[in-house]
Design a protein around this ligand. Structure first.
Ligand code: TYD
Ligand code: MG
Length: 494
C-alpha cells in the first residue's frame, strides 16, 4: 500500500509543488504554501486510468472495424431551446447587474471586503425570493441566532410553517415543501449537499465558500483545496438539480476573490460588492457574466434598515450645484451601460515641499500626472511649483479616460480661480498633444446629462453630431479651447 505523501499548495495561486518553499516559485508570494497530505486513493486513480484506457481501446476497436463512431456531438439546431424565464430577485439593481434577472440554475459568486454588506444583501434577496420559491440560506459563518438578529433588524420575519411543524417534519409529511426561507447554520459540505438534495430549493445561498469544510481533505477551511473541492461539489449538484446558487467569497487584501483563480472560472457570474467604508453607498459590479454584459453597475445605499436601491445614482454623485466653487467640473462617466454624472473637484496651491504633492481620489493617479503635464506644456499653466489635489465626489472610482477633460478643466479652473459654467458637462479623453479625443457611448452620456438638467456639453470635435439629445453639444478640438468655453466668470467674491 502506498504511503500518504505531502503536497504543498500555494494559497494565492493554487500552484502545487512537492517541496516546501518560503516563496512560491510561481506567483512569488511569501509564506503562502500550505502542506496538504494526500492519502493514497489507489481506487480512484486506478478508476480514472481504467476509464481512459477503456475508451482508448474502444476507439481503436471501432476504427479497426471501420465502423463509424456513434457521435455524441450535436449541431446547434439539434440542441433544444431551453429558454427559461429569468427570475426577478426583487431588486432591480441586482437584476440589472446579472443581465436582466437571475438565470435559473446559474452560479453567482459575490466577493467583497468584510463588513461591506454581502450577507445583508443576500439575506434581503433570499427573503424576496422566498415569497415565491423555497430558498435555503446556508450561514456557515454565523449562528442561526446571529442571522435571526440581522433579519430582525432588516424587518424580515420569515414564515411559520402550517401547524407549527418543524421544517424536517414538514418535509417528511409533504412531497413539496412550501416557498419559504430556510436557514442552515452548517459548515460541513456533506451535510449541506444532503440538505440541498432533500429540500431541492430553486435558490440557495452559501455564505461563505471559505467557511465550508470537506472532511475528506486534510486541510483547513478556506485553503485552496477546500475551496476548490467545495465549489466543484456544489456546482455539480446545482447543475444537476437546477439550483441557482449565490456563493459569497472573501477577498484578499489586494481586493481579489480569495482562493484559487479556478473558482472564478467555475462559476457563471462574478460580482464584486464594493464601497467606501465611510460612505453609505455600495456598488455591485459584474466582472464576469456568462449571461449578460460585464462591468454593469448596481447602486445601493446602506441605511439602518439594511440595503436600499438607489434608482438615480447620478444625483448621489453630483453634490450640490447651488454654490459656485472654483475648481469644480462635472463629467459623465460610464459604468457598463450605466451613465453616471459625477462632480470632480480640484485644488492647486503653492507647494511647501521640494517636489510638489499630487493626490488623486477616485481618479487614476497616473492619468492625473499626465493631464498636469499636458496643461503645463500645451496650455501653458505652470503647475510644477504647485500641489494638485483632485477628487471625485462621493469617492466614486472613475478610472475611464472620458473623465480626462473634466480633470483638466477642474485643475485649470482652480489655477485661475474661476468657476466652470454650472450648466456644462465635460466629456472627452485628453491626448498627450493637448487634443480632445473621442470616447465610447457618447449618446448615452449626453442623454443622462440632459435628464439631470444640464444645458451644454463640451465634447470631442469628432463627436458633435447628436441631434435630439436634449442639450447643446459643443465640439472642441483642443483642451485649451475647452478651457476658454467652460470657464465663464471670475469668482463672485473677488
Ligand atoms: P454584513 O452583511 O455582515 O457584511 P459582510 O457579510 O459583507 O461581511 O454587513 C454588516 C455591516 O453593515 C455592518 O458594518 C453593519 C452594517 N449594517 C447596517 O448599516 N444596517 C443594517 O441594517 C445592517 C443589517 C447592517
Ligand atoms: Mg457576512
Amino acid at each position: 500500500m502506498a504511503k500518504p505523501r505531502s503536497l504543498y499548495v500555494c494559497n494565492e495561486c493554487g500552484a502545487e509543488s512537492a517541496q516546501y518553499f518560503g516563496k512560491c516559485p510561481f506567483c512569488a508570494s511569501w509564506n503562502s504554501l500550505i502542506e496538504q497530505v494526500i492519502a493514497p486513493t489507489a481506487a480512484n486513480s486506478a478508476k480514472i486510468g481504467v476509464g481512459a484506457a477503456a475508451r482508448a481501446t474502444k476507439r481503436t476497436k471501432t476504427s479497426d472495424r471501420n465502423e463509424p463512431h456513434p457521435l455524441a456531438a450535436l449541431t446547434l439546431p439539434e440542441i433544444s431551446d431551453h429558454a427559461q424565464a429569468r427570475l426577478s430577485s426583487g431588486y432591480g439593481e441586482l437584476d440589472r447587474v446579472l443581465g436582466g434577472g437571475i438565470v435559473p440554475g446559474s452560479l453567482v459568486l459575490i466577493g467583497g471586503d468584510p463588513g461591506i454588506g454581502k450577507s445583508t444583501l443576500l439575506l434581503q434577496v433570499a427573503n424576496q425570493l422566498a415569497s415565491h420559491y423555497r430558498v435555503l440560506y446556508v450561514c456557515a459563518e454565523e449562528s442561526g441566532q446571529q442571522v435571526k438578529l440581522r433579519a430582525q433588524r432588516l424587518g424580515i420575519r420569515g414564515q411559520r410553517l402550517a401547524g407549527g411543524e418543524s421544517a424536517a417534519k414538514h418535509l417528511a409529511s409533504q412531497s413539496l415543501t412550501p416557498s419559504t426561507l430556510y436557514l442552515l447554520p452548517e459548515i460541513d459540505l456533506e451535510t449541506i449537499l444532503a440538505e440541498l438534495e432533500a429540500l431541492r430549493p430553486p435558490v440557495a445561498v452559501i455564505d461563505s465558500i471559505q467557511a465550508l469544510y470537506f472532511a475528506s481533505l486534510n486541510s483547513a477551511p478556506g485553503s485552496v483545496s477546500q475551496v476548490r473541492e467545495c465549489t466543484s461539489a456544489l456546482m455539480q449538484l446545482a447543475k444537476r438539480e437546477h439550483i441557482t446558487l449565490f456563493i459569497v467569497g472573501h477577498v484578499t487584501k489586494e481586493g481579489a476573490i480569495a482562493g484559487p483563480k479556478v473558482l472564478e472560472h467555475m462559476v457563471d457570474t462574478v460580482l464584486y460588492f464594493e464601497g467606501d467604508r465611510y460612505a453609505s453607498h455600495r456598488l455591485l459590479r459584474s466582472v464576469k457574466n456568462r449571461f449578460g454584459a460585464t462591468n454593469e453597475l448596481g447602486v445601493f445605499q446602506m441605511v439602518d434598515q439594511g440595503l436600499e436601491q438607489v434608482q438615480n445614482p447620478s444625483e448621489l454623485f453630483l453634490g450640490s450645484r447651488d454654490e459656485e466653487n472654483p475648481g469644480t467640473a462635472t463629467i459623465v462617466a460610464c459604468e457598463g451601460t450605466r451613465p453616471l454624472v459625477v462632480e470632480l473637484q480640484a485644488l492647486v496651491s503653492p507647494t511647501s515641499y521640494p517636489s510638489p504633492r499630487r493626490t488623486a481620489t477616485g481618479i487614476e493617479y497616473n492619468r492625473l500626472l499626465q493631464i498636469l503635464a499636458v496643461l503645463e506644456k500645451r496650455v501653458g499653466i505652470p503647475l510644477s511649483k504647485l500641489d494638485a489635489y483632485v477628487a471625485s465626489s462621493g469617492g466614486l472610482n472613475v478610472a475611464e479616460p472620458a473623465a480626462d477633460l473634466g480633470v483638466a478643466i477642474a485643475v485649470a479652473a482652480s489655477f485661475r480661480d474661476r468657476v466652470v459654467d454650472s450648466g456644462v458637462v465635460l466629456i472627452g479623453e485628453v491626448g498627450l498633444g493637448g487634443q480632445v479625443r473621442p470616447v465610447s457611448q457618447m449618446e448615452l452620456r449626453l442623454k443622462e446629462a440632459a435628464k439631470l438638467g444640464f444645458k451644454r456639453a463640451i465634447v470631442p470635435a469628432s463627436q458633435a453630431n447628436y441631434p435630439g439629445v436634449g442639450l447643446e453639444v459643443i465640439p472642441v478640438g483642443r483642451v485649451v479651447d475647452a478651457i476658454a468655453i467652460a470657464l465663464v466668470s471670475t469668482k463672485k467674491n473677488e
